[in-house]
Design a protein around this ligand. Structure first.
Ligand SMILES: [Zn+2]
Length: 122
């Protein structure tokens, strides 16, 4: 192999490494975005879990008081689930299908409200 060929190969590799390095930088950026998003979702999820647990605990407490004999079925009687949703909405979270669980930031959401009024009416 001639020296010039080796030199060419080295230049090629250098170029490839440069490109790979660029791609690596892009991936790193994407990864950063994903991690940020993941973190945000984690916090939100944590928040929601706490909230649901709170609601569930209150529900269990009132159920224990009201009745001890009934078979332990998981489903809520109609109306109770709605109360929970209404409460979650009041606490500032979406209950609509579009954005369920995400914070409302004190803004009313017509989809949530529609859901509430629909269930309320029937
Ligand atoms: Zn909503």
């Amino acid at each position: 192999m001639k020296k010039s060929q080796i030199f060419d190969q080295v230049m090629d590799m250098k170029k490839q490494i440069g490109e790979l390095y660029e791609q690596l930088g892009e991936l790193q950026g994407n990864l950063g975005d994903l991690l940020e998003e993941n973190n945000r979702l984690k916090v939100e999820n944590h928040h929601l879990r706490n909230h649901l647990q709170l609601v569930q605990d209150e529900e269990d407490a009132s159920e224990d008081q009201a009745q001890t004999n009934q078979s332990p079925k998981k489903g809520n009687p109609p109306g109770e689930g709605y109360d929970n949703l209404a409460r979650i909405y009041e606490e500032g979270f979406h209950i609509c299908n579009l954005q369920f669980g995400s914070p409302r930031r004190d803004e009313d959401c017509i989809f949530c409200l529609e859901l509430l009024t629909k269930k309320n009416g029937s």
